[in-house]
Unconditional design. Structure first.
Ligand code: ADP
Ligand code: MG
Ligand code: MG
Length: 910
């Protein structure tokens, strides 16, 4: 949607000298406003809006996103420079200063800012304009040489890193070296002489690494910084972030050039960040952190642990009140919780940023409910304020503590709620490695502090622990967005990244050791606790879902195989079971033997004997399901997977036989294993995914279908006799033709009639099929002659439409994502153009033959918001998903219905 608009805008504007590339803000008014996020980016639009509202914002100008797109295409219009210098001129006049010149030099920040906020993913440079002369002028004018040199060394460091590609580590090495030599703990304790030494070393480093001196010309600095910000849009971590958050690569970033205000001027200066409500819980309380005598990223970088904003109330009550007033005004204005950044220079407050704050799912629901109560938003808006995936937070695990010995190692900040129990690793690379090879089932990433470079490791970890940093540190912000647990700033922990050790309370933990994290309380606990998941009766959640449910048209069902899952599904609001996989019932210890006997037998008679043993077990399973689901529909799929899944692995058998032949050649076990191996080899398929499975099993061995149908119908009749009202839907898997469907439907109906006759009682039931092969979709009109319902098995349908095995996609998915061939994993989000087209076609054809046909989807996609919205659009009856995706699916379905209502009545309903 946005892309279309942008492309159009680009096409219209490309190359045109009339394009307005630069938007000024300052002196009480701005060229742009808060609605112009496409053009100005979120930050630029926010700065314009705040300026227009008369708030104290340092003046400056925004170079709009079109320039970034031009830069990416290698065609930056010359008009950009012209407009930029004109704006700089205006800024200099307004401030009565010159960039980097004179006895009162103007300094600016050069800040990235895209349409969607990408915290910390792109670059920003502060104190730009400083050079060898300007720093002296600044020292003199401010009467604060420490501040001036500190600002200069920050510029060289940031500029060196961002623009000149000098390794950050090399700067840090110099910095830490001097700090050590001077025996100081905090950066701000460094005296002018020491800072001068650092500056000299930095300049040497730049010269050595780049072959050139650090640029002394402020305009050269400005152009360098601007272009580096453009480039930072395309850096790897930004690309990764966009991929995870599905942000289009072509949006581009704006660049904000803004007069500096200084938080590092001394003890009456400082810098901070905050939220108008608690981003973890949603509680309505002013919330934030700040540091005195600090600049820029000092607060969020986690280098120093910041102070709570309440402390500011004590130290600088005027600033505090003003800040509170401004931010609550901003909240009312934007009608959403705000996340803001500010700086205090010599006791005077400046606003540097405001945006709608990121929050946990718990907070999102709470804030939405509160804002309806406060009259800020409507109920319908509230439904849109929560991202469907975020409801997962209500299902995050909590630690089981009752009866456990809890050894709290440290208490950090409860940065992102939930619990994680896992094995620790110390680098993002190790996290990715141990996740990739499956050696650690659950990973906890332990870092001093995280940086955007850690993003890939954070993605695979279940929880994050940092020893430094606050509630707004990188680790905290990113994990909240990801919905995973984080304990930040656990100061008692020493994280030795070089040695890969965590030391706390006199204990040393190494890679692979187990710890338990509680992100809701901030506790770090020794060892491997159990976790408890899901709190479906949380009062906020219940209230919110009561708004959500009446709005949607789609029914929501769950995929559940056993009564326990069925109960869970009902707690989360399932209106039926959309997929019960009967094979899962055969893996239980007391059954797999009979299953194997059945598979190994070479006569129908033997097979029937084994099936007879399975019959009562299967019947009992179904009885349990019908009981849990009462009169809600239950779709049961007949046996689907290839038979070899029930047998031991060929390799294991070979090893075992070889071992016995060596050690106990006369063991009776060998007599058992040899024929088993022979059968396993006989059943071996080159490509089991496309082999003897699905309805092919029931066609090759009709007695399997007979047994399963008997178990289902007997259980249903029994339930009915006991006063129940079961609604059974029997589903034939992997049909590709009407003949296959008919073959199996005949058996189903025959056996059902037999049971009805035997029991002298009947139940209603339906026979239908999965549509999971392209041929089934293509011939859906024929198949609907037999099938009373379709359930789209979009996992197999995706596999067979793309010709990609779901189990092997990981070998090339990263390359496909990187090359932009896939925007997302087609097994996670339905490919609407291809697979979706097949689904839509089958819907049309099925309805043509059988207007009343029931239509659902039971693939993994049933729990993916985008795919759910698609299912709504094409008029399916229901989606079915795992119990843990139910809340998400319910909300996505409601949002789809509301979006349709807003778009008007012209929706496609096949
Ligand atoms: P990000 O998008 O990563 O938050 P910003 O552009 O907001 O990057 O810059 C980070 C921080 O740098 C700000 O929060 C603020 O503390 C500081 N900063 C940016 N511009 C200025 C400025 N003009 N004056 C003082 N500090 C600034
Ligand atoms: Mg910022
Ligand atoms: Mg399938």
């Amino acid at each position: 949607m946005t892309q279309g608009v942008l492309e159009q805008a680009s096409a219209e504007k490309a190359g045109s000298t009339a394009t307005k590339y630069v938007y000024f803000f300052g002196g009480g008014k701005a060229d742009g406003d808060g609605k112009m996020k496409d053009v100005l980016g979120g930050k630029g639009a926010g700065l314009a809006e705040m300026t227009n509202a008369g708030l104290p914002v340092p003046p400056g100008f925004t170079i709009q996103t079109e320039s970034c797109r031009e830069y990416m295409r290698g065609a930056l219009s010359p008009a950009v420079d012209g407009q930029m210098y004109a704006a700089l001129d205006k800024l200099e006049k307004l401030q009565g200063q010159k960039l980097g010149a004179g006895d009162n030099p103007l300094l600016v920040s050069v800040r990235s800012g895209a349409k969607f906020s990408m915290p910390g993913m792109m670059d920003t440079i502060l104190n730009l304009g400083l050079n060898d002369q300007a720093v002296e002028a600044l020292a003199k004018r401010s009467n604060n040489p420490r501040f001036a040199y500190d600002s200069y060394r920050r510029l060289i460091q940031m500029y060196g890193d961002v623009v000149l590609d000098v390794p950050k580590k090399s700067f840090e090495h110099i910095f830490d070296g001097v700090k050590k030599k001077m025996k100081v703990k905090f950066d701000y304790e460094l005296q002018p002489a020491a800072l001068k030494e650092i500056i000299a070393e930095y300049k040497k480093l730049v010269k050595k690494e780049t072959g050139k001196d650090f640029p002394q010309d402020p305009k050269e600095q400005l152009v360098g910084a601007r272009d580096a910000v453009f480039r930072s849009w395309m850096n790897e971590r930004a690309k990764t972030y966009r991929r995870i958050n599905r942000i289009d690569d072509w949006l581009g970033t704006a660049v904000n050039v803004q007069a500096m205000v200084f938080g590092n001027l001394g003890e009456t200066s400082g810098t901070g960040v905050g939220f108008t409500r608690n981003p973890a819980t949603g509680e309505k309380m002013f919330f934030g952190e700040y540091l005195m005598n600090a600049q820029g990223e000092d607060v969020v970088s986690g280098v120093r642990t910041p102070l709570p904003i309440s402390e500011l109330e004590r130290v600088m009550p005027d600033c505090y009140q003003q800040l509170k007033g401004i931010t609550s005004r901003m909240e009312k204005h934007y009608r959403d919780m705000q996340d803001f950044e500010f700086t205090i220079q010599d006791g005077k407050l400046y606003m540097l940023q405001t945006r709608n704050g990121k929050r946990t799912g718990l907070a999102a629901v709470r804030v939405a409910i509160d804002m309806v109560k406060e009259g800020l938003i409507s109920q319908e808006e509230a439904i849109h304020r929560v991202e469907p995936n975020q409801l997962y937070d209500f299902l995050v695990p909590r630690l089981v503590e009752k009866g456990e010995k809890i050894e709290v190692l440290a208490t950090g900040l409860p940065a992102s709620p939930g619990a994680a129990v896992g094995q620790i690793v110390f680098t993002a690379e190790d996290a990715v490695k141990h996740h990739g090879n499956g050696s650690y089932p659950v990973i906890i990433l332990v870092r001093g502090e995280t940086t955007p470079e850690d993003i890939a490791g954070m993605e695979v970890a279940a929880g994050i622990l940092t020893s430094r940093g606050g509630m707004t540190s990188h680790a905290a912000v990113v994990t909240r967005g990801m919905g995973k647990c984080c304990v930040a700033g656990a100061g008692d922990c020493t994280v030795d990244e070089a040695k890969k050790e965590l030391r706390v309370k006199g204990k040393t933990f190494k890679q692979g050791d187990w710890i338990s994290l509680d992100g809701t309380t901030g506790r770090v606990i020794n060892g491997k606790l159990k976790t408890l998941d899901a709190q479906p009766d949380d009062p906020d959640l219940v209230k919110f879902m009561a708004w959500v449910d009446p709005v949607r048209r789609l029914k929501i069902r769950a995929n559940a195989d056993i009564p326990r899952d069925a109960k869970l599904a009902r707690q989360f609001g399932a209106e039926g079971i959309g997929l019960c996989r009967t094979e899962h019932m055969f893996f239980a210890e007391d059954r797999i033997e009979h299953m194997r006997t059945m598979i190994l037998s070479d006569s129908e008679k033997e097979r029937r004997a084994a099936l007879k043993k399975l019959l009562p077990m299967q019947r009992a399973d179904f009885a349990g399901l019908f009981k849990s689901m009462e009169s809600l529909p239950v779709t049961i799929r007949l046996l689907d997977p290839p038979l070899h899944e029930f047998l031991p692995k060929r390799e294991d058998l070979l090893v075992e036989i070889a071992r016995l032949e060596e050690s106990k050649p006369r063991s009776p076990k060998l007599k058992e294993l040899r024929p088993l191996l022979a059968r396993v080899e006989e059943l071996h398929e080159q490509n089991p995914m496309l082999g003897l499975r699905g309805c092919r099993l029931g066609i090759a061995f009709p007695e399997i279908t007979e047994m399963q149908v008997r178990a289902i119908i007997e259980a249903a009749v029994a339930a009915k006799v006991k006063g129940g009202d079961p609604h059974v839907e029997i589903m034939i898997p992997l049909i590709g033709s009407i003949e296959e469907m008919r073959n199996q439907a005949v058996i189903v109906r025959r056996v059902a009639d037999e049971v009805f006759k035997e029991k002298g009682s009947k139940v209603d039931y339906m026979v239908g099929t999965m549509i999971e092969l392209p041929r089934a979709a293509l011939t859906a009109d024929q198949i609907a002659e037999e099938a009373e319902f379709f359930s789209f098995g979009t996992n197999d349908l995706t596999q067979t439409t793309f010709g990609i095995s779901r189990d092997d996609i990981n070998h090339f998915l990263p390359a496909y994502m990187k090359a932009g061939i896939f925007k997302q994993d087609p097994f996670a989000t339905l490919d609407q153009a291809g697979v979706g087209q097949l689904v839509q076609m089958a819907v049309g054809k099925g309805r043509k033959t059988r207007p009343s046909i029931k239509l659902g989807i039971c693939g993994e996609h049933g729990g993916d918001p985008e795919s759910v919205k698609f299912c709504h659009k094409i008029g399916l009856t229901y989606v079915s998903c795992s119990p843990f995706r139910l809340l998400t699916a319910r909300l996505a379905a409601a949002q789809a219905a509301l979006e349709e209502k807003m778009a008007g009545p012209a929706h496609t309903n096949a």
